[in-house]
Design a protein around this ligand. Sequence first.
Ligand code: SAH
Length: 383
Amino acid sequence: MKETFKLVATVAAGLESVVAKEVRALGYDCQVDNGKVYFTGDVRAIITTNLWLRAADRIKIIVGTFPAKTFEDLFQGVFKLDWEAYLPLGAAFPITKAKCVKSRLHNEPSVQAITKKAVARKLQQVYHRPEGVPLQESGAAFNIEVSLVKDKATLMIDTSGSSLFKRGYRVAKGGAPIKENMAAAILALTNWFPDKPLVDPTCGSGTFCIEAALIGMNIAPGFNRSFAFEAWPWVDQSLIQAVRDAAEMEANYDIELDISGFDIDGRMIAIAEQNAAEADLTGVITFKQMRLQDFRTTKQNGVIVANPPYGERLLDDKAVDILYNEMGATFAPLKTWSQFILTSDEQFERHFGRVADKKRKLYNGTLKVDLYHFYGQRIKRQQ
Ligand code: SAH
């Protein structure tokens, strides 16, 4: 099979630089495009990036790209690619996604059907199977995706399986959770380090706190889940185990962390605790039922990360205005604390009573949101 692969990590718009940094930290050079981070690597890279990337959505193999203006172009282009380098005889190869953007070929179901036919024809040829008889697809699944953008076709195989935001620890989520990879990306955009206190005063199901604990302990975000590539015959099970074992060795379970989550709703605190337990973090995070208005601390240099209710989501507008106002009043005395607040409310700063030092546009699902940065005053930390 293949030695090196062209790979792409897909990522929510606005967070490409965070994923690029993570990919480089794992030792792979990369190039960034909208919603994509491209890199090259071997089988170990597929395993490592799936296991370790905190902010990416999925890792996909790029099988090939070519211009396609007609169905004949598409069929021939797909047929020419070296599918046999990835798909053994017996593999299941559903075309799970077809996307057409600004292209002459725009009927997605037809693009999907032609792609299926061309891959099948290729496999029938290389594995000497008769053309008229459908291939058996009882083996491991290789989910194929085809996208046409401005008449250029890209064929990909998904290596992740379910999206990487699904870490496997969230047994319950409550009303309006933030995705795990989005929470990890936001933490990467803050100035939090594991030696600083971290507080999520509207913690809901506990996502920010749990992701922060995983970062603080250097625990691989994918340790608790499986991936599509694990069923592929050419991915050596002992290599997977070696990468997982190395991750286990790198974890630092003894580090002292100061991470707290509050929520006004006791049911959310129970859910957050259950999720933390599922991530093997029982006792690491302090969860407490509390109104954020009651938060007081004498600690210094902490970081607040919050995804409070937005008008559209959980509360009516008036109640949200009042809540933001009370947040501003509650956090104002915390001079050395930095605050990072995610909301879709464009009037947030007005109600909060402070103009942000920085604002970053992000998408929470399809909803446009801003991450408001407020930096604390710097005081020298004692060594
Ligand atoms: N990031 C969270 C979702 C937060 S939703 C997650 O990933 O699950 C906003 C949360 O704010 C809700 O759980 C709600 O109960 C809580 N909340 C609303 N008003 C609050 C208040 N005054 N004090 C503390 N929490 C509050």
